[in-house]
Design a protein around this ligand. Sequence first.
Ligand code: MTE
Ligand code: MO
Length: 311
Amino acid sequence: MPPRISRRDALLAGIAGSFAGRAAAEKPVEPGRKFLTPATKFEDVSRGNPVPHSLTGQALLDAKLTPETWQLEIVAEDKAKIAKPLTLSFAELTALGKTKGVRYLKAMQCNNIPQPLGQGLWEGVLLRDLLELCGPVEEARRLFYWGFHNNDPKQIFRSSLAINQVLDAAPGDLPPFLAYKLNGEPIPLVRGGPVRMVVPWAHGFKSVKWLQKIVLTNKYDANDTYALAGNDPESYLKTAAYFDSTKAEKFPAGKAIKINGTAMVGLPGLERVEYWLRADTGAKLTATDPAWKTAEWKPATIAPPPKDWSA
Ligand SMILES: Nc1nc2c(c(=O)[nH]1)N[C@H]1C(S)=C(S)[C@@H](COP(=O)(O)O)O[C@H]1N2
Ligand SMILES: [Mo]
């Protein structure tokens, strides 16, 4: 049995990428999609009315959503204490990035939508490096954080992390960071810029866009908007494979069929992606169909990361 690729090995090898299979393989398969999704081509999941990225002019300045006006506040509440509450500008954050910058390849995946929304190279500064600027931290068990929300408390999109998840990560993985670049460029407003939280191991809802506020708290319960909406607030990325197209298609008999998709490498790792081509009986395949017992699964090819990263 081939070894399973752990999530961190996949990240080191740069795989969270595409797979392809052929019913009759005669040529090597080409990946079906670009390895990095352009910032404006991600599928979008954004609350707000109007959505923050539709603001322009003075409204955008008032919302502090330009690099010149952006500010992050880190404060503490209840029994949690920090020596120095922090107000950080975009220039101060990017200056820290010059010596303490980190980069991470992450597929943004909503836990309520199958295919990842897009995959990018995110750059920023670890949240724990910012906490260090706040001096000794006492009695903090969680961090609550949110972004700009049109000054309407009902529109707030909030997430949270346990303090240990902010301070530590397994070898080869990264703890959460404040990203200000995507694919080598400033993060555009539509993708949550100027600054967005990126939580490497988590589903999209922890990666709060238009980030402006972090509160350290002694509370131990998650107050994520998604927790309140019936989701598992600690859900770690799952391993799964998705077809690029799920439309019913017809193919001529006797000719090669190319199937592309994306494999998401989650907590359990990834050994291989398999496909099964079955005769069309006209009936829908149900979960209890006996055909599953005799299914012939074939391994698909996992496309390697690009050889040339210069672009
Ligand atoms: N401020 C804010 N951040 C947010 C959201 C939101 O609605 N508002 N949606 C979250 C969810 S549920 C997901 S899946 C991702 C989607 O990221 P994307 O729009 O960049 O693809 O953003 C997360 N960050
Ligand atoms: Mo989501």
